[in-house]
Design a protein around this ligand. Structure first.
Ligand code: NDP
Ligand code: MG
Length: 368
């Protein structure tokens, strides 16, 4: 029987690659629900090709365009956050791929969990803002959350739950500005930041990779996904992005996951889990490759340090870090602030925030 999928953020980088994985396994997956932010044109194309039962568009200004483009097709069209939630909870859906960018994914993800759907999670901001709540709800509902993020997929695959782990080693490419001084970073603009050496991704996460905020968000994401303490989390810069992350066990053995930097591999694993399936994607060729490792530079670009501090402080602080970062990255993408101002802004907002411990959903959303 085919697995029925809902893809939140189907028009984005992860969403489109999820559909490529669906294409790689004819008959195995059925696309039942799709959603986008405002890209009605691409969503229309996807509806025509995959014939979902429901499609949602967050920005209701484009709903008419979507309805016109899909007139005559048997598809339910929904708008706004309610629409996204309807897509995430649609009856019969087995797996919800959360591939929206930003904290906006939180409400639909919680709804999907409460509806008993397996979550293939790419949308890390949701776990950063509300990891405690989301994981508790998944546990209560008996729902599995399978990571899509490459580092977390790597750790997920390297974890032998029964053996004692000493630490998780989350690898980081270091982004396009590795080795640059603060003075050099003052001159960095949007186009330079959007050029990542190893991965093709959406704009927000590409900027997060350049500031290393992405790695900070990923440490918080890993903390919630795998339940280890902060002292067991470490970050290692590995510019070649061949090792996607590692788990060190108490006997000193380290298990590493290696592969091509191709998100379709972890997406496929999340969709076929617990099975591992053959595919025709390009194989990793290690001949002639040199793998190198460095300590992250926490001073030059302080976002990683800020994220680690927010994670350790807990309560509403990680959500506030994330919200400030979303706004700051947006301003940077509009050429309204400089590169270094992103972390400065986040730091300022964090310093003014009064943390609420053990927050409920309302308190998390208010802090956001
Ligand atoms: P993109 O920006 O490429 O895509 C984001 C998707 O979310 C699009 O479908 C977009 O719709 C939709 N969207 C954006 N804003 C909203 C909104 N306010 N409401 C509803 N939908 C919205 O992002 P990525 O695919 O790169 O990243 C998605 C998530 O996956 C992020 O959390 C990221 O951190 C994570 N991730 C991404 C990786 C990658 O390689 N890209 C790797 C690991 C994790 P529209 O097209 O209409 O704007
Ligand atoms: Mg990642």
């Amino acid at each position: 029987m085919s697995k029925k999928l809902a893809i939140l953020g189907s028009t984005g980088s992860i969403g489109r690659q999820t559909l490529e994985v669906v294409d790689m396994f004819p008959g195995e997956f059925e696309v039942v629900a799709l959603s986008a932010g405002s890209n009605a044109a691409l969503l229309t194309e996807q509806i025509r090709k995959y014939r979902p039962a429901v499609a949602a568009l967050m920005d209701e200004n484009y709903l008419t365009a979507l309805k016109d483009g899909t007139a005559g097709l048997k598809v339910e069209i929904a708008g706004g956050l309610e629409g996204l939630t309807a897509a995430a909870t649609y009856p019969g859906v087995d797996i919800v791929v959360t591939a929206v960018s930003g904290r906006i994914g939180l409400i639909p993800t919680l709804a999907a969990i409460r509806a008993g759907k397996t979550i293939a999670l790419a949308n890390k901001e949701t776990l950063v803002a509300a990891g405690s709540l989301v994981m508790a709800e998944a546990k209560r509902c008996g729902v599995r959350i399978v990571p899509v993020d490459s580092e977390h997929s790597a750790i997920f695959q390297c974890l032998e739950q029964q053996s004692p782990v000493s630490r998780l080693i989350i690898t980081a490419s270091g982004g396009p500005f590795r080795g640059k001084t603060r003075k050099e970073l003052q001159a960095v603009n949007r186009d330079m930041a959007l050029h990542h050496p190893n991965w093709q991704m959406g704009a927000k996460i590409t900027v997060d990779s350049a500031t290393l905020m992405n790695k900070g968000l990923e440490v918080i994401e890993a903390r919630w996904l795998f339940g280890f303490g902060w002292e067991q989390m470490s970050v290692l810069v590995h510019p070649q992005s061949v090792i996607h992350s590692m788990v060190e066990y108490q006997d000193g053995s380290i298990l590493a996951h290696l592969g091509q930097p191709d998100m379709r591999i972890p997406i496929q694993y999340a969709l076929t889990y617990p099975d591992r399936r053959a595919n025709r994607l390009e194989r990793l060729n290690l001949i002639g490759k040199t793998l190198s490792f460095e300590e992250p530079d926490l001073e030059t670009v302080p976002a990683l340090a800020l994220a680690l501090a927010a994670g350790k402080r807990g309560g509403t602080m990680p959500g506030v870090l994330n919200a400030a970062n979303e706004v700051a990255v947006n301003l940077f993408l509009q050429n309204k602030i400089g590169f270094l101002a992103i972390a400065d802004l986040v730091e300022k907002v964090m310093s003014r925030h009064r943390v609420v411990d053990n927050p409920d959903l309302d308190q998390i959303l208010t802090a956001d």
